[in-house]
Design a protein around this ligand. Structure first.
Ligand SMILES: [Ca+2]
Length: 329
């Protein structure tokens, strides 16, 4: 009796022989008949029966359309999210931009402004911390004397030892920065106050002249604190009375005027946009400083003269915002 056991592929057939023919048969003599399920033809026919060609085509087309549908869905969803973010960003930018009538408006550096005439006027002189941000961002004035004016300066003190050109560069930089960040519209900008704007903020209403030097410079007795002399307590940082500060003082340490503006006179002289006279290299300074003690110098109508590039330990500046009355973009 012989028993043959065949497994695997045709080339791997193994034959076992028992009884009278106890020796392996040659491979060529193995019966080539194999189970039906091993037949390639049988499998092909079975696949064709289970999934006809038209059904495969249908599935392929359906799958392609499904992928297109998913891609379109993802694209639309992305566009909707992008538009939502854009609308939210625009609304956020509009909510923080200054507008006409703004009071106590705060910019990206924490500088505050109030409406005076057609501009938003800085409530404080520009601080050391404000100018330091500018200096670090632009590398301008990074090693200049404003860091070491000869007396201690803290971040909330008014920056000193800055020229008219430095102040203009600060305004230009801040305008560009805040337009880019959405704090300002394209029509709004920072700049120094004009001589006339400074006078309005100080309460000078009877001035006439073509340039600052020709104005009625001694309208007495109008001081930033009123008409009394000497200055009453908490009127400002001058050298007339003891006010607790030998040099500069933190901005906002003294009483504001009727617009809410601090240190308009005293603390540091403030650069204005205007030339002092006909000379392009001389610009107007207003307000006196921590070392001012002359009664004339402390009048609201007094003008000082400063060379454009000159830096001094009693000179700083204040910013205004132009264009806040415009319709927002
Ligand atoms: Ca001042």
């Amino acid at each position: 009796m012989a028993f043959a056991f065949v497994c695997g592929s045709r080339r791997q057939e193994i034959q076992f022989v028992f009884g009278a023919h106890a020796r392996p048969l040659p491979v060529s003599r193995i019966d080539p008949v194999q189970p039906q399920w091993q037949s390639v033809e049988w499998r092909r026919n079975l696949r064709h029966k289970l999934m006809p060609r038209w059904f495969k085509t249908f599935l392929t087309v359906w799958f392609v359309f499904f992928l297109i549908y998913l891609s379109g869905l993802a694209f639309c969803h992305g566009r909707i999210r992008q538009e939502e973010r854009s609308v939210a960003s625009s609304a956020e930018a509009l909510s923080r931009q200054p507008s006409s009538g703004s009071s106590d408006w705060e910019n990206s550096l924490g500088m505050k402004f109030v409406q005076v005439g057609d501009v938003l006027f800085g409530m404080w002189e520009t601080r050391v911390r404000d100018f330091e941000t500018f200096a670090n961002a632009t590398a301008r004035n990074n090693a200049s004397e404003w860091r070491t004016p000869g007396f201690p300066q803290e971040p909330t003190y008014p920056v000193v030892c800055v020229s008219w050109e430095d102040a203009m560069a600060f305004c230009k930089w801040l305008t560009k920065k805040e337009r880019k960040e959405g704090w300002l519209t394209a029509h709004q900008r920072y700049r120094l106050p004009t001589d006339a704007e400074w006078s309005m903020a100080a309460g000078c209403r009877k001035e006439t002249g073509l340039v600052a030097a020709s104005f009625a410079a001694f309208i007495a007795p109008v001081y930033p604190w009123g008409k009394a002399w000497p200055p009453p307590p908490q009127a400002g940082n001058y050298a007339v009375t003891e006010d607790g500060y030998r040099h500069t003082s933190p901005v906002g340490s003294f009483n504001p005027n009727r617009f809410g503006i601090h240190d308009l006179a005293g603390n540091v002289w403030e650069w204005c946009m205007d030339r002092y006279g006909e000379d392009n290299n001389a610009h107007t300074l207003r307000g006196g400083a921590w070392n001012s003690k002359s009664q004339d110098v402390l009048l609201s109508s007094y003008r000082g003269l400063g060379l454009t590039w000159c830096r001094a330990a009693d000179r700083g500046f204040r910013c205004v915002i132009e264009g806040a009355s415009d319709t927002p973009d």
